[in-house]
Design a protein around this ligand. Sequence first.
Ligand SMILES: Nc1ncnc2c1ncn2[C@@H]1O[C@H](COP(=O)(O)OP(=O)(O)O)[C@@H](O)[C@H]1O
Ligand SMILES: [Mg+2]
Length: 383
Amino acid sequence: MDKPIQRVTALNNATIESLRKNKITTCGQIYQYSEIFLAEKLDLNVYDVRSLIIKISDYVKPRRETAWELLKHKEHVPSFLPTKLHQLDLNLKGGIPAGTITELVGHAGVGKTQMCLTLAALATMPSMSTLLSLSSSSLSSSLNKNVVGNDINSSGVIYIDTEQKFNATRLYEIIQERIKSEIFYQNMSNIDSNDIGINSNNSNISITKDQLDKLCKNAVKHVTVFTLPSCKEVVERLSNIQRLIIEKNVRLLLVDSVAAVARQEYSSIVHRQQWLNKQASLLKFIAERFDIPVIVTNQVTTTFRSSSNNSNLLPALGNTWSHCVNTRLLLNATKEIRYFNNNNSNVQNSEEVIKHVLKITKSPLSGPIEVQYDINERGIVDF
Ligand SMILES: Nc1ncnc2c1ncn2[C@@H]1O[C@H](COP(=O)(O)OP(=O)(O)O)[C@@H](O)[C@H]1O
Ligand SMILES: [Mg+2]
């Protein structure tokens, strides 16, 4: 009953504004007044007031669904966003879970933003089945008519950038390289199946540079970026984001980074915590209401256990925030010396390399497993 009235998507902006002017901001308040009173205050007739109350009641009433309805829903709406990191997807039973908050934590430079861009790319690029389902000719005619946005991909991503570091060129590069490699492996698999005598019905995919460019631009267009450098702006945006999520069929929400903006703005822990709680509750609401993955990035603090002399990486922002997160992925980078033999001589050479490791440190689905990853032109990839 204390749900904010602006969350009722069935109401238009004018009605919400009119309710707000009359100090009706939560759903429960609507039941405190008579229909006549509301009609007068909102300048509506009684029938419109009844329809308004029905819409609000539909929103607040407990949802009753059978297991069958839930199963049917899951068939249409993906429950996971695959990361394409094989072991990670395997252990998370499909990828980043929908309907909950996933946190990427790690020191600066470990690849949190690269991971966000990779996931935005994966959520918006055309799937292999879509590419396959389009014959070469229909693909080119769709591309030429510029209707790919409707035909090939209609899912959107919202990217909230609090560090003002969003790099659209890099997003384009990741999408482009991923489409290229998907097509390459698809065509290779056709060659393989022909080699072993299987009569494959799969046709080879071949697209021109221009078509690839249009596919990438189409995917990039589906990513809505908000540069919001203050806590207040982030909370305001999240409070009013529902309509956009519906209109753009948003299937992924990213906040990069939640820590940077909270840490720099609030020196008082109490104030910071209040803002974080507000933000966490909004993110949780969005994830659950729209059944989409919500991903946030966070920094780490290092604690030293004097007894064991081990250093531990802990997510920043304290315990309360920590409990709001359902899945936590800790990214880490360490320097290693790698030895190799030069082919032309027996001399052993060495080089310093960065080893990237991602660890699942919290998950309702998986134990604490580690996955080694690399950062290259396709974003975050298996090592
Ligand atoms: N095109 C690329 N190819 C390979 N590595 C890249 C590329 N772009 C960025 N990186 C690497 O990504 C790292 C920065 O990751 P970033 O996601 O910005 O870190 P964080 O957000 O955790 O601070 C750097 O080590 C950089 O070398
Ligand atoms: Mg970053």
